[in-house]
Design a binder for this molecule. Sequence first.
Ligand code: SF4
Length: 333
Amino acid sequence: MVTDKFKRPMRDLRISVTDRCSFRCGYCMPREVYDDHEYLERSSILSYGEIRRITRLATDLGVRKVRLTGGEPLLRTNVHRLVEMISDLDEVEDLAMTTNALLLAREAERLKEAGLDRVTVSLDALNDQLFRKMIDTDVPVATVLDAIDVASEVGLEPIKINTVVRRGWNEGEIIPLLERFRGTGHTVRFIEFMDVGTLNSWNLDEVVPSAELVEMIAKRWDIEPAESNYRGEVASRYRFTDGGGEVGFISSVSAPFCGDCTRLRLSAEGKIYTCLFGSDGTDLLTPLRSDASDEEIRDLMEQTWTKRDDRYSELRGGTPLASPKVEMSYIGG
Ligand code: SF4
């Protein structure tokens, strides 16, 4: 188990399998930027075999939890094959996927059969018009809601619902979302709008601090803080005292959690990043395709992690970064 400069182990690997997405959420892939964006060339994208090899080597260094992300991971052809290849690795204790659910109803069964444990679905509004506005794409919210039901039926559980909250956009959806999912076993997690990348016109005024949401929710239901399940758990959780389940908050702006951050990220292009707000990744693709040995690649990953001292969210607004931050759609959330 390797640790970084703050004694944080490398326990989670988040793998972006594509930089493409079918939605245009303004806080991630604003349409005005991404509609004529140059996406990664096919030849520069890691094959499933290469991703499996990197994952296997990462498990040698302590990784036990793997999450498939994007862009939108279900856009990658036959991604269930990759699920099979990774779920085959004994050390991987938890294999999850974050998806916008547009293709989930179609794929859920074979993802489950392939060995996927659970899904996290992005859903920023229940109101159909507002949902379409948040994703800036003409897709009915019913598509996502139906896909959540299908994923639940085939056993891709526990399902987490990720809702990015933007002031002036969807804070009116907080209570309706909880009314919809309380008691279903699915957990809604409200995410503070983050200054990821350089293209989402982030503005502190549009951030709704989680404490404000806790207050709003506590006026409607009785809730109490719940213990975290493990070191590095991203969301702070509250329990409904009436047995209605839990609600989570991911508060990167108002309550940073860098101290326990155990996440390594892999881009579809084969670069590893030690922080969501990082700028320079470490290239694994070149050594991979130049016959480097397992040891050489593992050493590169270990060196990258052991010299890690990222804590962007704790320093936010402090010392400006040397180079522009990587885009979230490129390394996954
Ligand atoms: S800001 Fe970087 S170091 Fe901090 S929790 Fe997020 S990914 Fe981890």
